[in-house]
Write a protein that binds this ligand. Structure first.
Ligand SMILES: Nc1ncnc2c1ncn2[C@@H]1O[C@H](COP(=O)(O)OP(=O)(O)OP(=O)(O)O)[C@@H](O)[C@H]1O
Length: 638
């Protein structure tokens, strides 16, 4: 059997994974007929045995072993298959997918699969957390800012179960059974899995809780229950309506008596009710506590302690943009987007971190992007160095309003620089109020062209020209798929071209036909994601979650707009591929999967002419030959 046919088989099976989810045929009966084949660094490639006689399966297995340096013995595959077939409870696990009506549009069905299944989205699980400080035991000090100190914590009663204490727990039951090794998240448990933010109350002379809720309530913008908790004490405060994997996870918040921890006098004496003004303090000093999931590190610490890998960087960027997309969709602006406020979670140093936006103390969440700016006392958010140009150039005056709609999106551009090069140009070199776009430092040439162009578009001075976060996130997500050796070629083989991208917005009949090409791409992407989910130890949690997030929110119109990053209007492209070639693209999936993420990044060399040429031609930075992790050597282009 040729490699080409092997690829075709994989494609058909993958395609069926999606198609069957809407058919009467039960998914649970289909799954036992697939099995994973291990590759050296890559991903399990799932093949269906059903339509292939046993000899063929063996042939495929042998073929796979030749294309990957490591192959799990076939006997193990057989054993695994038996194990699946003998498990009665498989039926239950696929109930939600089985019940999907058949007639639903492909994109809608994919959105439902990824949005409504706990398997792909642990956020659907919810739990109750105690609202008394005595219920928690404090651990080490984690950090402090101007408004609060943060400590690790756990529930004091050890008997109590800690719900969702790790990202991976309950993330994907299927993988627990299919994976050869138990998912890491089940093994590693933190002793103190929570982080409690103890807010500084500088107004101990005030009685009651109301002033604490109203002055500190912004912290709760990412907490969907906040509106109920605040009970109208913050006027038109509109917190995020749901949890998001890339937004800090707040478990609960409450006001209780101030707990004076052993290091408090040394670290934050001003926030304590000291003898100095003892007479004026209220009867029982209180403050607000925010109980969060504990993360491992800030982005700032991470970039200085970890080698750079541009693939990892791109996954982190995409997560950041997914968070911005979610905030933007719900008219919330975090307004303090610095790398100390981006938190990361990972278990191993070489694991791609899960990224969240944290610290909403300066957030704007009132269902309106505009803030009246009549005088200097108005709060325009956090650090001046990370304010978008339209904010930093605003001058207070009568009827002046500052629009924050695109402020976080702009800041994500600076943070992307930090992710990829360690340094945010706006911390030191450039002034947000006066910089010119041409002054933006060039990125290393090995940074993928989509990431590079997206960053440039995020940092447009004019907010109306700036790329919307969802379009930027889509482009990055698309660039991260591993189909074949080149995502763009894969798309071309599915029939996407400069022409189809242009036609997509044209008449309905026409765009329906054009959309069928896009559906092929989406089909492949979804299939690859489902397959990836069956190999949790080979694709990072962060990347799987990112894919699920993207697929659960995408729509065709936005995807077409994002495709302009791959097929920009006005530049001649050679796109002779037909949609039938689409099948072939998957044949290279197998070999590319076995190459590992680093190689993917290095394969994406910019084209000699056309769109892939670096946009920032003036000052191209190149890495040395093995510069993927290291310090870059700057070479001026001629
Ligand atoms: N959930 C968490 N898990 C782990 N560490 C955290 C968590 N939340 C905060 N931290 C740590 O505590 C530090 C201070 O937290 P935070 O930025 O929320 O405080 P702040 O007083 O609001 O800061 P700022 O002065 O920026 O307003 C963070 O930089 C981070 O190092």
């Amino acid at each position: 059997m040729s490699m080409k046919r092997f690829g075709k088989a994989a494609y058909r099976i993958a395609n069926e994974l999606i198609a069957r989810s809407g058919k009467a045929t039960t998914f649970h009966r289909f799954l036992p007929r697939i099995f994973p084949v291990s590759h050296n660094l890559g991903v399990h490639v799932v093949l269906k045995k059903a339509s292939l006689p046993r000899q063929n399966v063996l042939k495929i297995a042998r073929l796979a072993s030749r294309h990957g340096r490591f192959f799990r013995p076939f006997s193990a595959v057989i054993i695994e298959r038996h194990r699946l077939q003998n498990r009665e409870d498989w039926r239950r696990k696929f109930e939600p997918i089985r019940r999907e009506p058949r007639s639903i549009d492909l994109v809608e069905r994919i959105k439902q699969i990824f949005g409504n299944s706990v398997r792909y989205n642990e956020d659907l699980k919810s739990s109750e957390w105690p609202n008394r400080i005595d219920s928690y035991e404090f651990g080490e000090f984690l950090g402090q800012g101007c408004n609060a100190a943060v400590y690790s914590a756990k529930l004091s009663n050890d008997e109590l179960e800690i719900p969702n204490s790790k990202f991976g727990v309950g993330f994907n039951e299927v993988t627990d059974i299919l994976a050869e090794v138990p998912p890491v998240s089940k093994v590693v448990q933190k002793k103190y899995p929570l982080a409690i933010k103890l807010m500084f109350n500088f107004e101990h002379d005030k009685d009651g809780d109301a002033h604490l809720w109203s002055s500190m309530g912004c912290e709760l913008a990412p907490y969907p229950n906040a509106a109920k908790l605040l009970n109208g004490r913050m006027g038109n405060f509109t917190p995020l309506p749901a949890k998001h994997p890339n937004v800090v996870r707040i478990q609960t918040a409450f006001v209780d008596s101030l707990k004076v921890l052993p290091d408090a006098i040394e670290r934050y004496p001003d926030a304590l009710h000291t003898a100095r003004w003892y007479e004026s303090i209220a009867s029982q000093p209180k403050t607000m506590y925010v109980v969060m999931r504990r993360y491992r590190q800030t982005l700032h610490e991470y970039v200085w302690t970890h080698h750079r890998n541009y693939w990892t960087g791109r996954v982190m960027m995409a997560q950041l943009l997914e968070a911005c997309t979610f905030l933007h969709q719900h008219k919330v602006s975090q307004r303090d987007m610095k790398s100390d406020n981006i938190l990361l979670e990972y278990d191993f140093d070489d694991e791609i971190p899960q990224l969240v936006i944290a610290d909403f103390g300066c957030a704007l969440a009132c269902d309106d992007w505009q803030v009246p700016y009549e005088n200097d006392d108005v709060n325009l958010g956090g650090n001046t160095k990370t304010r978008a140009p339209e904010v930093s150039t605003a001058k207070p005056g009568k009827n002046v309003k500052v629009n924050f709609e695109m402020a976080d999106t702009w800041a994500a551009g600076g943070l992307s620089y930090e992710i990829l090069t360690r340094s945010n140009p706006f911390y030191k070199h450039l002034d947000t109020a006066t910089y010119q776009e041409l002054e933006l430092p060039a990125l290393p040439s090995r940074v993928n062209f989509i990431a590079r162009d997206v960053i440039f578009d995020l940092l447009k001075r004019n907010p109306t020209e700036r790329v919307k976060p969802n379009i930027a996130a889509n482009a990055l997500n698309l660039s991260l798929f591993r189909m074949g050796e080149d995502v763009k070629k894969m798309m071309e083989k599915c029939g996407i071209s400069q022409m189809t991208t242009l036609l997509a917005g044209a008449s309905k009949g026409l765009s329906q036909k054009v959309n069928s090409h896009l559906d092929q791409v989406i089909n492949l992407i979804t299939a690859e994601t489902i397959m990836a989910n069956l190999a949790p130890h080979l694709i990072s949690r962060a990347e799987r979650q990112l894919r699920a997030t993207f697929l659960s929110r995408m729509n065709r119109e936005d995807v077409w707009r994002s495709l302009q990053y791959f097929f920009p209007p006005g530049i001649q492209l050679d796109t002779s591929a037909t949609s039938s070639d689409c099948f072939e693209s998957v044949s290279s999936l197998i070999s590319s999967l076995s190459n590992g993420s680093k190689d993917f990044e290095t394969q994406k060399k910019p084209m000699k002419n056309g769109y892939n040429a670096p946009l920032l031609l003036k000052n191209v930075i190149r890495t040395d030959s093995d510069g993927i992790n290291g310090i870059v050597h700057r070479i001026r282009s001629k």
